[in-house]
Design a protein around this ligand. Structure first.
Ligand code: HEC
Ligand code: HEC
Ligand code: HEC
Ligand code: HEC
Length: 450
C-alpha cells in the first residue's frame, strides 16, 4: 500500500515537474497566399527574452533651438556647429547614455579640455555622427522615416555587440584536403550551418554577385558554381538569423530568384545589403588609421557592420520604434523630398523617358513651380539626385542618371537660380528598381536641404 502511494506520489510529482518544464508552443503567422507555405514561426520563449533588448530608452525633453550656436561658443566643433548650445548639450548626454554609460563623458573627452581631440574615441564619434546622418538622409530606401541613432547599434556598449572582422580568407587548410572555403567549421554567423562561414567579406565589403540561379532554361549562360551558391546561402542564413525570420519572409520558395513572387521586404533587404557595404567601405574602413591596434582585427581592419549590428534578432531594429524623431539633428542633410514650391502640388520628382536625359515636356510645369518656390524663398537650397532603371548596361545607366541630374540643374540655372543654391547629390545607389524597366525609376529627385 505504502509502495503504491509513493509510486503514485512520484508519478504526480513527475507530472508537476513535467508541466513546469514544458516549453511554450511556437506560434505561426501566415504571411503569403494559402498554399505557398509562407509562414513565420515565432517562439514565445525567445520573443520574451528579446523584449528587453528592444526596449527604447526614454528620451530627454527637447532642448530649445534659441540662443547662440555651438560653433560660436565652443572651440572645436566641426560637425554639430549649427545646433544651439542647449541641443548640443542634450545630444552629448544622450550619446553618453547610448555609447558609454559606464565610462561617461571621459570615454571620448580628455577631462582637462573637452575641445581636445587626443582620444581616438572622440575622432571616431565625430565620424559616427556623420555616418548616422548619412544613413538617415541617404538610405531612406532601407531605414525609411524610422531611421537610426547611435543606440540602434551600440545599445549602451562602446563596441556594438554584433560586428565582424576580415578573416585570413579561404582558410589555411590547404594541401591534400584542398580549400575548405570556411565550410564544416560551424560558426554562429551562418547559424551553425555547414556553409562557408564568412559571407561578409565577399558581399558586405566586396560586391561579389549574390544571384546564382540561371535566368535561361538551358544550362549555358549560367556560370555560377556550387561553391558560389553555398556562399550565397551563407549570407542568406545570416540575414534570416539577424532578423529572426524564415527564408519565406522575403522569398516565395517556388522560385528564390523571381522578384514578382517575393515580398516587399526582399526589396528592403536588397538596399540593406548595399547600405552595409557602403558603411563598411566609406566610414568604418576609412577609420583603420584612427583606431588603436587592440581594436583592430587579425588583418588590421576595423570592426564592421552586418545585418545583426542594427537588427539584433528583430525584423526591424527596436521593433520599428523611431528614436530619430526625438533627435532631428541626426537626420540627414535633406529635410524633405518635396522642394520649396513643390511642397503642395508635387512630390519633388521629375520623370524621364527610356534611355533619355532630355527634360520631357510635362516636366515644365513642375520646374516652373519649383523656380517660383525658390524665387519666393531666397534662402532655400535644393539637392538634385539622378536615378535610372535596372534594365540595360550599368555603366551607361549611371552616366544617364548623372546627365538627368545635370539637365535639371541646367534648367534651374537657365531660369535664373544662382548655382550655389543648387547642389548635385549623387545617391549611394542610383538604380531605383530591382529588375527591368520601370517608368518610376527613371527620375530626378529634388529635395530641400538645410
Ligand atoms: C561618444 C563620444 C562622446 C561622448 C561620450 C561625449 N562627447 Fe562631447 N563631443 C564628442 C564629439 C565627437 C565632439 C565634437 C563634435 C563636433 O565636432 O561637431 C564633442 C564636443 C563636445 C564639446 C565641445 C568642446 C569644444 O570646445 O570644442 C563639449 C562641451 C562636450 N562635447 C561636452 C560633453 C559632455 C558634457 C559629455 C558627457 C555628458 C560628452 N561631451 C560626452 C563626443 C563625445
Ligand atoms: C550602423 C551601426 C552604428 C551606428 C549607427 C553608430 N555606430 Fe559607433 N561603431 C559602430 C562600429 C561597427 C564600431 C567599431 C567597433 C570598434 O570600436 O571596434 C563603432 C565604434 C564606435 C566608437 C569607438 C568605440 C571604441 O571603444 O573603440 C565610438 C566612440 C562610437 N562608435 C560612437 C558612436 C556614436 C556617438 C554614434 C551616434 C552618433 C554611433 N557610434 C553610431 C557602429 C555604429
Ligand atoms: C530579409 C530578406 C531575405 C531573407 C530572409 C532571405 N533572403 Fe534570399 N535573397 C534576398 C535578396 C535581397 C536577394 C538578392 C540579393 C542581390 O541581388 O543582391 C536574395 C537572393 C537569394 C538567392 C539567389 C537568387 C538568384 O537570383 O540567384 C537565393 C538562392 C536565396 N536568396 C535563398 C535564400 C534562402 C535559402 C533563405 C533562407 C535561409 C533566404 N534566401 C532568406 C533576401 C532574403
Ligand atoms: C544601420 C542599421 C541597419 C542595418 C545595418 C540593416 N538594417 Fe534592416 N532595417 C533598419 C531599420 C531602421 C529598419 C526599419 C525601417 C522601417 O521602419 O520601415 C529596417 C528594416 C528592414 C527590413 C524590413 C522589415 C519589415 O518587416 O518591413 C528588412 C527586410 C531588413 N531591414 C533587412 C536587412 C538586411 C538583410 C540587412 C543586412 C544586409 C539589414 N537590414 C541591415 C536598419 C538596418
Amino acid at each position: 500500500m505504502n509502495r503504491v502511494v509513493s509510486i503514485a506520489g512520484l508519478a504526480l510529482g513527475l507530472g508537476v515537474l513535467l508541466t513546469a518544464c514544458e516549453r511554450p508552443r511556437p506560434d505561426t503567422v501566415q504571411r503569403g497566399y494559402r498554399g505557398t507555405a509562407m509562414v513565420e514561426v515565432y517562439n514565445p520563449r525567445l520573443l520574451a527574452a528579446q523584449g528587453p533588448l528592444n526596449a527604447v530608452p526614454e528620451a530627454q525633453p527637447a532642448a530649445s533651438t534659441d540662443g547662440p550656436k555651438a560653433s560660436a561658443v565652443y572651440q572645436n566643433v566641426k560637425v554639430l556647429g549649427d545646433l544651439s548650445v542647449g541641443q548640443f548639450a542634450r545630444l552629448m548626454v544622450d550619446m553618453t547614455a547610448w555609447v558609454s554609460p559606464t565610462e561617461g563623458c571621459t570615454y571620448c573627452h580628455a577631462a582637462a579640455n573637452f575641445a581636445d581631440d587626443s582620444k581616438y574615441t572622440k575622432v571616431v564619434a565625430r565620424r559616427m555622427v556623420q555616418m548616422t546622418q548619412h544613413i538617415n538622409g541617404d538610405w531612406k530606401t532601407h531605414v525609411a522615416e524610422t531611421g537610426v541613432t547611435c543606440y540602434t547599434c551600440h545599445r549602451g556598449n562602446p563596441v556594438p555587440s554584433n560586428v565582424w572582422f576580415n578573416t585570413a580568407g579561404p582558410d589555411a587548410a590547404t594541401g591534400m584536403l584542398g580549400n575548405k572555403a570556411g565550410q564544416n567549421a560551424p560558426a554562429q554567423q551562418v547559424a551553425y550551418a555547414s556553409l562557408p562561414n564568412d559571407p561578409f567579406m565577399p558581399f558586405l565589403n566586396g560586391a561579389e554577385p549574390i544571384r546564382v540561379i540561371g535566368t535561361s532554361a538551358l544550362p549555358d549562360g549560367n556560370r555560377a558554381s556550387t561553391k558560389q551558391t553555398e556562399w550565397t546561402y551563407g549570407l542568406m542564413m545570416h540575414m534570416s538569423q539577424s532578423l529572426g525570420v524564415n527564408c519565406t519572409y522575403c522569398h516565395n520558395t517556388r522560385s528564390f530568384a523571381e522578384w514578382d513572387g517575393s515580398t516587399p521586404q526582399r526589396g528592403t533587404a536588397w538596399y540593406g545589403i548595399r547600405m552595409a557595404r557602403d558603411l563598411n567601405n566609406e566610414y568604418l574602413g576609412s577609420l583603420a588609421g584612427t583606431f588603436p591596434a587592440e581594436r583592430l582585427g587579425p588583418l588590421g581592419d576595423v570592426a564592421k557592420v552586418n545585418c545583426a549590428t542594427c537588427h539584433q534578432g528583430a525584423f526591424k531594429p527596436l521593433y520599428g520604434a523611431s528614436m530619430l524623431k526625438e533627435h532631428p539633428e541626426l537626420s540627414g542633410l535633406k529635410t524633405s523630398l518635396a522642394a520649396p514650391g513643390l511642397a503642395e502640388s508635387h512630390d519633388g520628382i521629375i520623370y524621364f523617358g527610356v534611355g533619355s536625359a532630355a527634360l520631357p515636356p510635362d516636366a515644365e510645369k513642375a520646374l516652373a513651380t519649383l523656380v517660383d518656390g525658390l524665387k519666393a524663398d531666397p534662402a532655400a537650397k535644393v539637392a538634385i539626385s539622378g536615378f535610372h532603371s535596372a534594365s540595360g548596361d550599368l555603366a551607361a545607366n549611371q552616366e544617364l542618371a548623372k546627365q538627368r541630374a545635370f539637365a535639371v540643374r541646367d534648367a534651374l540655372k537657365a531660369a535664373g537660380i544662382a548655382p550655389e543654391r543648387v547642389m548635385l547629390d549623387k545617391p549611394p545607389v542610383a538604380e531605383a528598381n530591382l529588375s527591368g524597366e520601370d517608368p518610376k525609376a527613371r527620375r530626378v529627385e529634388v529635395a530641400a536641404v538645410k
